[in-house]
Design a protein around this ligand. Structure first.
Ligand code: ADP
Ligand code: MG
Length: 258
């Protein structure tokens, strides 16, 4: 099973942000998507999930050969897609537990028998343990007053429950101190089985020491301008994004100048 993105163009409020993205993620693969701020990484994540503000103007996104572009976000979730947000929203009055249960129940394919509230509690308890999270988490309002680390752990808890086929993690490492980073990274490793394909969007190389990608891509100005193995992330860390920007700009200018 594959998530295939082909020549994807997408606009926000009439402005083209994604200008032809090509990327294929197979089950069991971990890809890192790096790139400077404003290059379109979050736009790609939102576009994949079907956020109504992001309009696809050209290209294709398929899971197992079937287009998902006509589907609403909830239907994409049922196809096995999951997004961990860069900035998770907080919702006063909605407990973590009821949120997780609603999200879980709505993500199951039609016709699946849903767990009772007691069965679900057991499932969640097991995942909490795996992520070294306290059960009191469940009684708190969704992300309300959560620290940066707690918010990111709550996202990974959702991922653990959903067991997605394809997970997009948008800067799950941002705002974490080194201990929280390790716990979150270990959580990601525990919840990504051989069936999961993941796209780790990150600005820094540090999380990639814990969650090892087989493929690293660099996005710049709405396109993937470079792909390689893990060594590419180390090269970027060493030389910075200006290195790759400069190198690519030179390359593009020469042959296409009128
Ligand atoms: P990254 O995640 O790589 O930092 P983004 O995808 O957030 O980049 O942003 C890429 C570009 O798209 C930026 O120029 C940003 O201003 C613009 N953009 C993204 N989302 C919106 C939005 N909802 N409304 C207007 N502009 C947006
Ligand atoms: Mg972003």
């Amino acid at each position: 099973m594959k998530l295939e993105i082909k020549d994807l163009h997408a606009s926000v409020e009439g402005k083209e942000i994604l200008k032809g993205v090509d990327l294929t993620i197979g089950q069991g693969e971990t890809h890192a998507l790096m790139g400077p701020n404003g290059s379109g990484k979050s736009t790609l994540a939102y576009t994949l999930m079907g956020h109504p503000k992001y309009q696809v103007t050209a290209g294709q996104v398929t899971i197992n050969g079937e287009s998902i572009l006509g589907l609403t976000p909830d239907k994409r979730v049922k196809k096995g897609l999951f997004l961990a947000f860069q900035y998770p929203v907080s919702v006063q009055g909605v407990s973590m537990f009821s949120f997780l249960r609603a999200a879980y129940n709505n993500s199951r394919p039609a016709g699946t028998e849903l767990p009772t509230i007691f069965e679900f509690k057991e499932v969640v308890a097991e995942k909490l343990k795996m992520l070294s999270m306290d059960e009191s988490f469940l009684n708190r309002y969704l992300n309300e007053g959560f620290s940066g680390g707690e918010k990111k752990r709550a996202e990974i808890l959702q991922m653990a429950l959903m067991q997605p086929k394809f997970a997009v993690l948008d800067e799950t490492d941002s705002g974490l101190d080194i201990d929280a980073l390790r716990i979150v990274a270990e959580g990601i490793n525990k919840v990504s089985g051989p069936e999961t394909g993941s796209l780790m969007i990150t600005h820094y190389q540090r999380i990639l020491k814990y969650v090892k990608p087989q493929f690293v891509h660099v996005m710049y100005q709405g396109r993937i301008i470079e792909s390689g193995g893990e060594e590419l992330s180390r090269l970027l860390e060493e030389k910075g994004y200006t290195w790759i920007k400069g190198y690519k700009e030179e390359e593009q200018v020469a042959p296409s100048a009128p």
